[in-house]
Design a protein around this ligand. Structure first.
Ligand code: HEM
Length: 398
C-alpha cells in the first residue's frame, strides 16, 4: 500500500486546475451543448421510450461526423493533386489517404455495435423515423461523387438519388459541384498519365512492355507445344489464346475505349500504363510512394465495399429480405445490388494483376531511367542537377 506522505509529494499530482478564468473550456470549444443535445428520441416524445433508439441515433451521428472528416481529407487531397504535384507533397497525400483508410476501418467495424440491437427492438421505433433513411445522407452522396462514382454507373434505383434533396438548395448546389468538379479518380488519372518513363521518345515503357509480353507468350507457347498429352496441350494453348486477347485489350487502344464505353474499364489508357509501370518498378525510390498511394486507393474502395456489405447484412438481419426500406427502396434487394464493381472507382487498379508478368520479363530500366528514379537527397542525376531540379526530363512523378 502506498504511503499517504509519499502521495502528497507525488509530482504527478501537482498543479492547479485551470477554469473559465483562463479562457474557453472543453465543452465550449467542442460546442458539446449542440452535439450532445442533438439526440432527440422520437419514441420518448411519443410516450413509448425505446432504449435502443438512443444507440441508433448516436451511431448514425457518429457515421456522419466521420463522413465529414473523410470529405475534409479528400477535398484537401484533391486540392494537392489539382496543382502540379511536387514530389515532396506525396508524403502528405499518403498521410491523409492513410487517415481515410483508418477511419473507414472504424466505420466498417462500427456496424457491429448497432447489431447488438435486436430486430424486435428496432421494430419498436422504426415507424417513428419513417420516411427518414440513410439513402438521404447528403454526405454519403458527396463522398461517392468526390471519389468518382459516376452517375451512369449507379444502379437504376440510385440513378435519380438527387430527388430526395429536391427542396434543399444548399444540398443541390453541393451535389452539383461534387458531380462537376474533378473527382479524386480523375485527378489520380491525370497524375498517372505523367508517370516518367511513358514518353515514347524516351524510355518508352509501353513499347518495351509489349515486347516483353510477346516474348513471354511465345515462350509459353513453345512449352505448351512440347506437351505430350494432346488434351493438356490444347488446354494450355487455348488458355494462352485467351491471355493474348486479355493483353490485347490493353495494347489496342480501340479495345480499351470500347471497354471504357461499356463501363468495364474506367481509367484512361495512359493512366493504366502509368499504374502498370509504377507497379513493376515500385522498388525504385521515386516509385515507392506512388505505389503506396495506389495501394491506399484500393484500400478505400475495398473498405467502402466492405461497409456496404456489412450494412446489407445488418439490414437483412433487422428487416429481412422483402420489407421495403423506410426511404422507399426495395430495402435489402436494392442494397444488395449496390455491391457490384459499379461502385468501385479504382476497379482498374484491382484488375492490374491481370496484366502483370513474372519479374524476369519486366523490361530492365535504362541507366538514365535507373538514376532518374533513384534520385535521393543530395544525389545528382546524369545532367548534374541536384535532385533532378533543372534536368529537362525530371521531377515527373507529379
Ligand atoms: C438498423 C440499422 C439500419 C437499417 C435497417 C438500415 C436500412 C437501410 C435501407 C433499407 C436502406 C435502403 C434505402 C431505403 O429504402 O431506406 C438504407 C440505405 C442506406 N443506409 Fe442504412 N440502415 C441502417 C443503418 C445505417 C447506418 C448506421 C448508416 C450509417 C450512416 C446507414 C447508412 C445508409 C446509407 C448511406 C444508405 C444509402 C446506400 C446506397 O444508396 O447505396 N444505415 N439503409
Amino acid at each position: 500500500m502506498s504511503c499517504p506522505a509519499r502521495l502528497s509529494c507525488d509530482p504527478a499530482q501537482e498543479g492547479d486546475q485551470l477554469g473559465e478564468e483562463a479562457g474557453m473550456l472543453y465543452g465550449e470549444y467542442l460546442m458539446l451543448d449542440k452535439v450532445l443535445g442533438a439526440q432527440r428520441l422520437l419514441s420518448v416524445q411519443n410516450k413509448h421510450p425505446v432504449h435502443d433508439e438512443h444507440l441508433f441515433i448516436v451511431t448514425h451521428q457518429a457515421y456522419e461526423l466521420w463522413f465529414k472528416q473523410i470529405i475534409f481529407e479528400m477535398d484537401s487531397i484533391r486540392g494537392i493533386f489539382s496543382d502540379v504535384l511536387e514530389e515532396s507533397q506525396t508524403l502528405e497525400i499518403l498521410k491523409r489517404l492513410n487517415r481515410i483508410v483508418l477511419i473507414l476501418k472504424v466505420l466498417v467495424d462500427q456496424v457491429m455495435i448497432l447489431e447488438t440491437m435486436t430486430p424486435l427492438d428496432f421494430m419498436e421505433f422504426r415507424n417513428y423515423l419513417c420516411p427518414a433513411s440513410g439513402f438521404q445522407s447528403l454526405q454519403f452522396r458527396l463522398l461517392e461523387n468526390k471519389l468518382g462514382v459516376r452517375q451512369e454507373n449507379r444502379v437504376k434505383y440510385n440513378q435519380n438519388y438527387t430527388k430526395v434533396f429536391g427542396n434543399d438548395e444548399g444540398a443541390m448546389k453541393a451535389i452539383e459541384s461534387s458531380e462537376s468538379e474533378p473527382s479524386l479518380t480523375d485527378l489520380v488519372q491525370s497524375w498517372l498519365e505523367r508517370t516518367p518513363g511513358l514518353e515514347m521518345e524516351g524510355f518508352n515503357f509501353w513499347g518495351k512492355y509489349q515486347d516483353a509480353v510477346e516474348v513471354l507468350l511465345n515462350e509459353q507457347k513453345q512449352l505448351a507445344e512440347k506437351e505430350p498429352c494432346e488434351n493438356v496441350k490444347q488446354y494450355h494453348l487455348s488458355d494462352l489464346e485467351k491471355r493474348r486477347e486479355v493483353y490485347e485489350s490493353i495494347f489496342k487502344p480501340e479495345v480499351h475505349q470500347a471497354l471504357m464505353a461499356r463501363g468495364e474499364r474506367r481509367f484512361t489508357h495512359k493512366a493504366l500504363q502509368g499504374a502498370i509501370m509504377i507497379t513493376f518498378y515500385r522498388d525504385e525510390p521515386r516509385f515507392s510512394q506512388p505505389h503506396q498511394i495506389l495501394t491506399l486507393l484500393m484500400d478505400i474502395d475495398s473498405l467502402i465495399t466492405k461497409w456496404r456489405y456489412n450494412h446489407v447484412l445488418m439490414v437483412q438481419r433487422m428487416i429481412g429480405s422483402s420489407q421495403l426500406g423506410t426511404g422507399g427502396s426495395s430495402g435489402y434487394q436494392y442494397l444488395r445490388s449496390t455491391l457490384s464493381d459499379r461502385y468501385k472507382v479504382f476497379v482498374d487498379l484491382f484488375n492490374l494483376s491481370t496484366f502483370l508478368i513474372p519479374r524476369k520479363y519486366i523490361p530492365p530500366l535504362s541507366s538514365f531511367m535507373k538514376s532518374h528514379l533513384c534520385l535521393i537527397w543530395g544525389t545528382r542525376d546524369q545532367n548534374g542537377s541536384a535532385n533532378g531540379e533543372s534536368s529537362s526530363n525530371t521531377n515527373k512523378t507529379e
